[in-house]
Design a protein around this ligand. Structure first.
Ligand code: PLP
Length: 398
């Protein structure tokens, strides 16, 4: 079986196990199929990527048409999908300008570079430090790994990039305590994903905005996971009415195709000049054509309201379960269709495995936080089915 050869040929960073890990061959809507033809209800959604489900027809059509017309040009030339997507993103958000890349880490890397360059060119001061949150996740490149406030991700990769300081999430005083004459920006996720599903408070984000205004710092929101409709707003910061100077998107943006974007205000965009930054594949026409469809569908008000409604229902049902199983479940957190169930014990991986045996794919962060992030167009009956399986497994493991 081909599955068994993975361990021979691939570098072992994902810890897949032949006897446990499904080998997926097909996807449609909220379901994926393994090589034996078994359907699995997918509440991992490609880690918050498959916003419109698996192989959504409109995205497939747009991408296929673009594939036949023009797969790639360099960024030395104009292409239609790229400019159209930039225009749509700007019209639909608080941003004025966009830079395209291929992933979340690259989008954040671009944000870090822009923040430093802006401080140096516009303020003419040597300011480069960025304050990020403990428990955050910003990516795996050396820059974004350094921005990531988690020792376990950084271990073994020293020397890290100089110029980062860490503060406690949702703690404005902690952020203030990390200020220095060298600070140029603050970067946070409005909803921490990989860190265990922790939602920023309105007070915290508004406080950061005020702090950044007073100190002339840039406020950067990493919306790679929580953006593109995931929380019931196109970008999570819209819930708060707090506007960033820079924000980043990736995961769900291409509906499954790799694309990232760094978006910023007109003023901050002045920090970059020709030659300061680039990406060979960034804004690839096929990825942009796909993202255009995703943005048009996910950005609709009625679609976002449905995400909120489904999210509230799912969260409400999970909270009811918490009341029934107080010894097992500690807390239910999150917003929209990015929800976490924290357990009191290290049973997360076991529960994840048991759900998988019953054909429900869920994710587990660390040992204790079950993470649910189904496609945003998940059907009501699919939510009921996932709840039934999860309830059954939790009752068996209480
Ligand atoms: C996934 C993620 C990233 C990194 O994205 P990649 O596409 O894997 O590089 C960055 N920030 C957040 C908040 C993420 O969830």
């Amino acid at each position: 079986m081909l599955k068994n050869e993975e361990a021979q040929y691939m570098i072992n960073v994902y810890n897949r196990q032949p006897e446990l890990t499904p080998f997926l061959v097909k996807g449609e809507g909220s379901y994926v199929w393994d090589e034996e033809g078994t359907a699995h209800l997918d509440f991992v959604g490609g880690l918050a990527v498959n916003a419109l489900g698996h192989s959504p027809p409109d995205v497939v059509k747009a991408a296929c048409e673009q594939l036949e017309r023009l797969i790639h040009t360099s960024n030395l030339y104009y292409t239609e999908p790229q400019i159209k997507l930039a225009r749509s993103l700007v019209q639909r958000t608080s941003a004025d300008r966009v830079f395209f890349c291929n992933s979340g880490a690259e989008a954040n890397e671009a944000a870090i570079k822009l923040a430093r360059k802006y401080a140096r060119t516009l303020h003419r001061e040597d300011r480069y430090e960025i304050i990020t949150a403990l428990n955050s996740f910003h990516g795996r490149t050396m820059g974004t790994l350094t921005a990531t406030g988690q020792e376990k991700a950084q271990k073994g990769f020293a020397p890290l990039l100089p110029g980062f300081r860490y503060a406690h999430f949702n703690d404005l005083r902690s952020f203030k305590s990390q200020l220095s004459a060298k600070t140029c920006a603050v970067m946070v996720e409005p909803l921490q994903g990989e860190g265990g599903i922790h939602l920023a408070t309105g007070e915290f984000l508004a406080g950061l905005r005020q702090l950044c205004d007073e100190q002339e710092l840039l406020l950067i929101f990493d919306e790679v996971q929580c953006g593109m409709g995931r929380t019931g707003a196109l970008f999570a910061f819209e819930h708060y009415g707090v506007l960033p100077d820079i924000f980043t998107a990736a995961k769900a943006l291409g509906g499954g195709l790799p694309i990232g974007a760094m978006l910023c205000t007109e003023e901050v965009a002045k920090g970059f000049s020709p030659g300061d930054h680039a990406s060979t594949f960034g804004g690839n026409p096929v990825a942009c054509a796909a993202a255009q469809v995703v943005l048009e569908q996910v950005g609709r008000e009625d679609f976002l309201q449905e995400v909120s409604r489904k999210g509230e229902h799912l969260k409400g049902e999970l909270s009811r379960l918490t009341e029934k199983l107080p010894a097992l479940i500690k807390e239910v957190r999150g917003k929209g269709l990015l929800l976490g169930v924290e357990l009191n014990e290290d049973k997360g991986k076991e529960i994840q495995r048991k759900c998988q045996e019953k054909r429900l794919l869920i994710n587990c962060i660390g040992e204790r936080v079950l993470r649910l992030m189904p496609p945003l167009n998940v059907k009501q009956e699919e939510i009921e089915k996932a709840l039934a399986i999860l309830t059954e497994v939790l009752l068996e493991n209480k």
